[in-house]
Design a protein around this ligand. Structure first.
Ligand SMILES: [Zn+2]
Length: 429
């Protein structure tokens, strides 16, 4: 958080860094190299040259709201954020059904596909400006300077500035970043829902439910709305989703993918967090960067990994030597003592995993990264019993399991850690 606060302070005083033609790029937040961050671009349409200050404040409001709620509030360091302001000739957006038209740069219009609240824009121009101004962009949100409720998701998340719908960017974020489907059941004539959304099921059968790992055994399936104790619980299979009232199922009664002014349900939250890890690897850098090291009795090497940490930090660090779990460290650094190993080649591996309770199943193993070094002890001197050296190498005598011993430099380990550690040990055997 300290790094974030400093970055935010620095950025608050940054001027516009690029002015090209009629587009201005401002860096709002820089949390790391684009290669390992989600580069979020906020753009605007229907803001005249005299309304650029409005765009700046609307964009900031959208950013504030996007990062107010979970899971993005815990993963803000995973994002770089910029704005690109663009002057339109006229204010607002097209409303073809009312024969109202505005000459705007990205030509945004309501009534898309005959739906009053669906906004479509000139996507190729949006993406070409984003690409020219900020080639590293991953996610684009376009704010439409119009008070009428509306938006759309897809390649670009589009949201009006309707005061009753601050959640639109949040909802569209779900489409754009995590590929979530709408959980509405209001009909959308002609739309055929495909079975491609992680939060929409074509069956309520427990075995075939995509999110059955979130469903308690005593939750009835399909789940009647009367069984809901609140908007988000229990997770089940509620009929009505993806613009169909029957035959399609959603995970909870009222997720933000169904109605605004809600939160993401557990199923959508899990997909959001997994989607972050589609862009960001847990480990940013590590040192030493060389992968092979030689040494003799008396030598030591400090190994360090720099990880992208959620807030609160749910990362765990597991170090193993030749497949055996090391109790020397459960943090981002480890002092390796050559006297603790015998002559020859050894493999030291650190595995960094996010054990957030928001994700139960990570089939692609996106939330884990391992880094390995080959370490060779070249002398045939004595080998110390390093179980006795724990206190001397900045670790806890109990291996870090006892939070009461945090004073000695160890970390409280989440309950799942023990199991994961055991599994890792098994995997490496
Ligand atoms: Zn949901």
């Amino acid at each position: 958080m300290r790094v974030l606060a400093i970055a935010a302070f620095l950025c608050a005083s940054l001027p516009a860094v690029t002015v090209q033609g009629q587009h201005t790029l401002d860096i709002v937040e820089n949390n790391g190299l684009s290669e390992n961050r989600i580069d979020l671009v906020i753009m605007g349409d229907g803001y005249t040259s005299g309304e650029q200050q409005d765009f700046a404040s609307d964009a900031q409001n959208a950013i504030d709201h996007l990062f107010l709620k979970w899971p993005s509030n815990q993963y803000r360091e995973f994002f770089n954020i910029v704005t690109i302001s663009t002057a339109s000739n006229e204010s607002g957006a097209d409303h073809p059904s009312m024969s109202e038209f505005a000459d705007t740069f990205y030509d945004c219009a309501y009534d898309c596909a005959g739906l009053e609240h669906l906004i479509c824009c000139d996507y190729s121009t949006i993406l070409s400006v984003a690409g020219a101004q900020y080639p590293a962009h991953d996610v684009v949100v376009l704010m439409v300077n119009d008070q009428q409720y509306g938006g759309s998701g897809g390649t670009v998340a589009i949201a009006s500035i309707s005061p009753v719908a601050k959640d639109i960017p949040f909802h569209e974020f779900g489409h754009t970043i995590a590929g979530l489907g709408d959980e509405y059941d209001s009909p959308y004539p002609g739309y055929v829902c495909e079975d491609i959304f992680p939060n929409i099921s074509f069956t309520s059968d427990r075995d075939d439910l995509k999110w059955n790992h979130w469903v308690n055994e005593d939750t009835p399936l399909p789940t009647p709305e009367s069984a809901a104790v609140n908007n988000l619980e229990p997770v089940g299979a509620y009929e009505g989703a993806c613009y169909q009232t029957v035959g399609l199922f959603r995970p909870v009664d009222e997720c933000v993918m169904r109605s605004l002014n809600n939160d993401f349900c557990a199923v959508c939250t899990e997909q959001m967090v997994l989607s972050y890890y589609g862009f960001v690897e847990p480990v940013d850098t590590y040192s030493p960067s060389q992968n092979s090291h030689d040494g003799v009795f008396g030598d030591s090497i400090e190994f360090v990994v720099e990880a992208v940490e959620p807030d609160p930090n749910t990362l765990t660090y597991t170090w193993d030597l030749d497949g055996e779990l090391l109790s020397w460290s459960d943090s981002a650094d480890l002092e390796f003592l050559f006297k603790c190993v015998d002559q020859g080649e050894h493999q030291l591996t650190v595995t960094v995993s996010d054990l957030t309770s928001m994700v139960m199943v990570d089939t692609k193993n996106l939330m884990t990264t391992s880094v390995s070094w080959t370490i060779t002890r070249t002398d045939d001197g004595p080998v110390d019993d390093c179980d006795d050296l724990n206190a001397g190498v900045d670790a806890c005598p109990d291996g870090g399991d006892n939070p009461e011993k945090s004073g000695c430099g160890c970390h409280t380990i989440p309950a799942r850690r023990t199991l994961i550690s055991s599994l890792l040990a098994l995997l490496f055997l």
